[in-house]
Design a protein around this ligand. Structure first.
Ligand SMILES: [Zn+2]
Length: 265
């Protein structure tokens, strides 16, 4: 590894980011289009609107740049969620199945929004300029050949898999910032910790359902321990809602098996 790359790895995103907010948004849009092409999506309009409502409520309390946030649901039974650069957030159906309160769902989404507000992807992209797929990236990012560069970078970003795996410090920050965001938006902070507890239980019960999550995130036990204090001192908030209950009924496995929702064009 080059000496200069060591220096970049050790600097925080705030100190050095070679990717502007505009570039980040352009790259994220391209990446989102690619994910959309490759990912089966939940087609239930009411459920998707509900997820978007939660997302909008969260981002009203997000700090940082005004990113064009979008919220999509992948029809995937595994319990996972991910954020793309500059706005797109994806939640797996498995999270909706596993969550038992709205605050738990809001906690997962707040964590992903926090990755975006804290520009963790820009940090990843900056680091990636020093790795093999990114050697040509720096020029492309800094150059000005419009959407083509953004598309190329987005493809490399997705192919590398780094969009699923942030560093430990980034994950901690997303937990902390996400927790603040969800409480400011009115949800009970405990929801975030409760979902980590569900993930731990699922690991023992159905490891395949949480495998991807565990390979890309720090252990829930550590995260619970770190958040416990902040949760204890946070004020009580909204845990559940009639909309959440309705969503749970709509996506219930028995209902899905009996009557699959029609695919819309
Ligand atoms: Zn994360």
């Amino acid at each position: 590894m080059l000496l200069s790359s060591v220096a970049v790895w050790s600097l925080s995103v705030d100190a050095i980011s070679l990717v502007s907010v505009e570039q980040e948004i352009a790259i994220g849009k391209q990446a989102d289009a690619q994910v959309r092409e490759e990912t089966p999506q939940l087609r239930d309009v009411e459920t998707i609107n509900y997820i978007r409502t939660i997302g909008r409520r969260l981002v009203r309390h997000a700090s940082g740049a005004k990113y064009p946030y979008t919220f999509s649901v992948a029809d995937d039974r595994t319990i996972n969620a991910f954020a793309l650069p500059g706005g797109p957030v994806w939640v797996h159906r498995g999270v909706l199945d596993a969550a038992t309160t709205e605050a738990q769902l809001a906690g997962v989404m707040a964590h992903e929004v926090a990755h975006i507000t804290r520009r963790h992807a820009a940090g990843q992209l900056t680091k990636a300029t020093m790795t093999s797929w990114g050697l040509g990236l720096l020029g492309a990012v800094l150059g000005n050949d419009g959407g083509a560069a953004a598309a190329r970078i987005a493809a490399g970003y997705l192919a590398s898999g780094i969009f699923l795996k942030f560093g430990r410090d980034d994950e901690r920050e997303a937990d902390r910032v996400g927790l603040q965001m969800m409480t400011r938006a009115g949800w009970e902070a405990r929801g975030m910790v409760e979902l980590f507890e569900i993930l731990r239980r699922e690991q023992a019960r159905d490891p395949g359902r949480v495998e991807a999550f565990f390979s890309t995130h720090p252990s829930p036990r550590d995260r619970i321990a770190r958040l416990q204090q902040e949760v204890a001192k946070s004020r009580r908030g909204r845990r559940d809602s009639a909309e959440f209950r309705r969503m749970k009924a709509r996506i219930a496995p028995s209902r899905r098996a009996a009557k699959p929702s029609p695919r819309r064009p």
